[in-house]
Design a protein around this ligand. Structure first.
Ligand code: SF4
Ligand code: MSK
Length: 650
C-alpha cells in the first residue's frame, strides 16, 4: 500500500459518502487512487510541460534551456504540439470507436441478426435518417436501419469527402471550417493521419499540427460522438426526464448489489431488463437477498440512468469507494475510465470484477465475453453469478454510507424542446426569449471527470452554484453531472435554493431543474446539438460563436476531455479549464490554444484553477457575447403574471 498520505478524507472529497468510504479504506488498509496520487506527488516536470519527446529511438529527448532542441532538431513548439495532437487522437478514437460498435449493432438489428436487441425508437430512426438526407419514403424500418448504419460506417471510412454529419451544424460554422481548412474527412483517417503527422520527421509546424488537432476533434464531436448518441437513441430510446437517486447510499444492505462501470450501453441495457426478470429475482430471494440492486458508475451509469432511471452509485473517483463499502457482489467493467487497480481493491472484499469487453482485459478480473447474439442470457447468467457471491459478503466488512439524493435526468435535446414548448409547440423559443430578455444570462456546459489532484467534486459544485446564482442555465454530462446529482442539484426544487431570480422564474414556469443532465461524456455532442437549436431558433446570432454559451471542464483527467474541449472551441464555443493542458513548455502553443484560436474559430481555451475565478470568467465570456448581440441590458425584475407566461410560451 502507498505509504505517504498527506490529506484527510475531508480534504479529498466533498460528499459525506465519499469521505466515509475513504476513511474506511484507510482503516481497512486498502490502497486507493487518492493515496497513490500522494505517492506520485512530484510528477515529472517534463511531462507536465509537454516537452518530453519519445516519438523516435534517438530519444527520449527533453527540452531544457541548455538543450533547446531534440536530437533531430525538433524544438519545444513541435514537441508540445505533437504530444497534444496525440492526446486528442486518443480521446477522439475512444469516443468514436464506442460509436462504431453501436453502428455495427444497428446494422445487425436491421439485418435481423440483433439477438435480443430491437429498435426502441423508430421515430428517432426516421428523424435522424431524414437529417442525413436518406429519403425514407416507404422504406421498411429494418432496411432504413441498415441504410443509416451504412451511411454512418461511411463517416468512419471516408477518404476525401468531408463528414456528412458536419451539415448538421449552422451554415455559418460550416463556412468557418471550410475557410480554415478544418473540415474533417473520415474519422478513422483523421486518427491515422494524426499518428502519421506526429511520426518522426513529418509535420513540424506547431500551427499546422494544432489545426489537425481541431480537425480531428471535430470528427469526434460532430462525427463519432454524435453518431454514438444518435444510434443509442435509436436502439435504446431517446431519453426523456426520469427520476432516480445518486450516491453510495443507493446500495442495498440486504440486496445483491451489481454495478456496471465504463461506457458501453449495450450490455447494461440487457442487465437492466434482466434485473427484473422473475427468474433472476426468485434466484436472489432463494439466496436470502431481498432482491437485486443494479446501479452504475461513471458514464455507463449515465446511459442507464437517462433511459431507465437506474440509480447512480458514483462518479469516476467513487469506483474504488463503491467496493470499499464491502457490499458490492459484482462490478462489470467494459471500456474507458475503469481503473486497473480495481481488482486490488476487490481482493480485500468479496467483490468479483468482471471484464466484458474483448478489447479491455484487466489483470485480476474474471472475463465474460459479451456477445450481442446471446446478450439476455449473458446478462441473466451474470446476475445469477452475483447472487451466488452474495453469501460471501462479510457483514463485518460492510459499511454503506447512508447518503443519497433524488434527481431528475434524461434531458435529450428532443425532451428539452418538448419540455419548453409542449407537444404542439415543441421548440427552443422560450429559452431563446429568456436569454434575450436577460432572465437567463447564458448557458454553461459543465462537463468532464474527477481528478485526485483536486478535492472530489469541489470545483464542479462551487462553480455550478456560482453560475446558478448568476442566472446561468447549466447543462451537464459525464461525471460532472453526477457531482451535481450527489449534491441534490438535479431537482426542480434546487432552483428555489440555488438559482438567481430570472433562472428561478423560468425553472418554475417549466418545472425543470436549473441543472440539466444530458448524458454521458459521449453525449457532449448533445450540447453542440442544443447550441445549434438555439441558433436555429433565431434572435441570438447566426453562429455558435454568437450564442451566449461557454463550456467548462473543471476536474478533467482524460484524453477524451481534451478532444471535447477542442471540438467545442473549433465549433466557436469558449472553454474554461480547471487546470491546464500539458503544453506550458511552449509559449507559442499555449498562446495559440489560450488566445490565438479565437482568430481562427471565434473561441479559445481559458485556464482558471480557482472555481470562483472560473465563474467570473464564464460570466465575462457570456456578457461579451450578450454585448455583441445587443442584449446585455439588465433584466427588469418583476413577478410574472399570466401575460408574461404566455409571452414566455410555456
Ligand atoms: Fe528526440 Fe526528435 Fe526523436 Fe523526438 S523525434 S525523440 S525530439 S530525436
Ligand atoms: S466517465 S471520461 S471520468 S466524465 Fe465518461 Fe467520467 Fe471523464 Fe470518464
Amino acid at each position: 500500500m502507498t505509504e505517504k498520505k498527506t490529506r484527510t478524507p475531508e480534504e479529498r472529497a466533498c460528499d459525506p459518502a465519499s469521505v466515509e468510504a475513504i476513511r474506511k479504506a484507510e482503516l481497512d488498509c486498502v490502497d486507493l487512487s487518492f493515496f497513490r496520487m500522494d505517492g506520485q506527488k512530484s510528477q515529472c516536470a517534463f511531462g507536465t510541460r509537454g516537452v518530453c519527446c519519445r516519438i523516435c529511438h534517438m530519444g527520449p529527448c527533453r527540452i531544457t534551456p541548455k538543450t533547446p532542441l531534440g536530437v533531430c532538431g525538433a524544438d519545444e513548439d513541435t514537441i508540445v504540439a505533437r504530444n497534444f495532437l496525440r492526446e486528442v487522437a486518443g480521446g477522439s478514437a475512444a469516443h468514436s470507436d464506442h460509436g462504431r460498435h453501436l453502428v455495427l449493432l444497428l446494422r445487425k438489428i436491421g439485418e435481423g441478426r440483433g439477438g435480443g436487441y430491437t429498435l426502441k425508437d423508430e421515430k428517432a430512426l426516421r428523424r435522424i435518417a431524414k437529417a442525413y438526407g436518406i429519403e425514407e419514403g416507404d422504406v421498411p424500418v429494418p432496411e432504413l436501419a441498415v441504410k443509416l448504419a451504412e451511411l454512418f460506417l461511411g463517416e468512419f471510412t471516408s477518404q476525401e469527402e468531408s463528414l456528412r454529419t458536419l451539415k448538421l451544424a449552422p451554415l455559418s460554422r460550416q463556412g468557418v471550417w471550410q475557410k480554415r481548412d478544418a473540415s474533417p474527412a473520415g474519422i478513422d483517417r483523421m486518427v491515422v493521419e494524426a499518428l502519421h503527422r506526429t511520426h518522426m520527421g513529418v509535420d513540424h509546424d506547431y500551427r499546422n499540427i494544432l489545426l489537425h488537432a481541431f480537425r480531428l476533434a471535430l470528427a469526434d464531436g460532430w462525427g463519432g460522438s454524435r453518431i454514438a448518441s444518435q444510434v443509442s437513441d435509436i436502439i435504446f430510446g431517446t431519453p426523456t426526464p426520469v427520476k432516480s437517486t445518486a450516491n453510495l447510499g443507493i446500495l442495498g444492505a440486504r440486496t445483491v448489489n451489481v454495478l456496471v462501470h465504463g461506457h458501453e450501453p449495450a450490455l447494461s441495457e440487457m442487465l437492466a431488463a434482466a434485473s427484473s426478470d422473475p427468474e433472476v429475482r426468485a434466484y436472489a430471494q432463494a439466496a436470502g437477498a431481498e432482491g437485486i440492486t443494479l446501479a452504475g458508475i461513471c458514464c455507463t451509469a449515465n446511459e442507464i440512468l437517462m433511459r431507465h432511471g437506474i440509480p447512480i452509485a458514483g462518479n469516476f473517483l467513487q469506483q474504488e469507494l463503491a467496493i470499499v463499502t464491502g457490499a458490492v457482489e459484482m462490478m462489470l467493467i467494459d471500456v474507458q475510465c475503469c481503473m486497473p487497480g480495481l481488482p486490488d481493491v476487490a481482493r480485500s472484499y468479496h467483490t468479483e470484477i468482471v471484464s466484458t469487453s474483448a478489447m479491455a482485459k484487466t489483470v485480476g478480473a474474471s472475463e465474460t465475453r459479451f456477445s450481442t447474439d446471446r446478450a439476455y442470457e449473458t446478462a441473466k447468467g451474470l446476475l445469477k453469478r452475483a447472487v451466488d457471491n452474495y453469501g460471501n459478503r462479510d457483514p463485518e466488512k460492510v459499511a454503506i454510507p447512508g447518503y443519497s439524493k433524488p434527481l431528475v435526468a434524461g434531458f435529450s435535446v428532443e425532451s428539452i424542446r418538448y419540455m419548453l414548448g409542449g407537444t404542439y409547440r415543441a421548440s427552443f423559443r422560450p429559452l431563446n426569449d429568456a436569454i434575450i430578455q436577460g432572465r437567463i444570462r447564458g448557458i454553461a456546459g459543465i462537463v468532464g471527470c474527477n481528478n485526485p489532484k483536486s478535492k472530489l467534486d469541489s470545483y464542479i459544485n462551487t462553480l455550478t452554484r456560482e453560475l446558478l446564482r448568476e442566472n446561468v442555465l447549466v447543462l451537464k454530462t459525464g461525471c460532472a453531472a453526477i457531482a451535481s446529482a450527489k449534491e441534490g442539484n438535479l431537482t426542480p426544487e434546487a432552483a428555489f435554493e440555488l438559482a438567481g431570480p430570472g433562472l428561478r422564474e423560468v425553472c418554475e414556469a417549466v418545472g425543470m431543474p436549473p441543472v440539466l443532465h444530458m448524458g454521458s461524456c459521449v453525449d457532449n455532442s448533445r450540447l453542440l446539438e442544443a447550441a445549434t437549436e438555439v441558433v436555429r431558433e433565431g434572435g441570438l446570432g447566426d453562429d455558435l460563436s454568437d450564442v451566449p454559451v461557454v463550456g467548462v471542464a473543471p476536474e478533467w483527467m482524460s484524453e477524451k476531455a481534451i478532444a471535447i474541449g477542442c471540438y467545442f472551441v473549433a465549433s466557436g464555443i469558449d472553454v474554461v479549464l480547471g487546470h491546464p493542458f500539458y503544453i506550458e513548455g511552449s509559449k507559442n502553443v499555449t498562446s495559440f490554444l489560450n488566445g490565438g484560436a479565437k482568430d481562427v474559430f471565434g473561441a479559445s481555451f481559458h485556464v482558471h484553477q480557482d472555481p470562483i475565478e472560473a465563474a467570473k470568467a464564464v460570466l465575462k465570456l457570456l456578457d461579451e457575447r450578450r454585448e455583441k448581440l445587443g442584449i446585455n441590458r439588465k433584466a427588469e425584475r418583476k413577478l410574472m403574471d399570466m401575460k408574461d407566461r404566455r409571452e414566455l410560451g410555456v
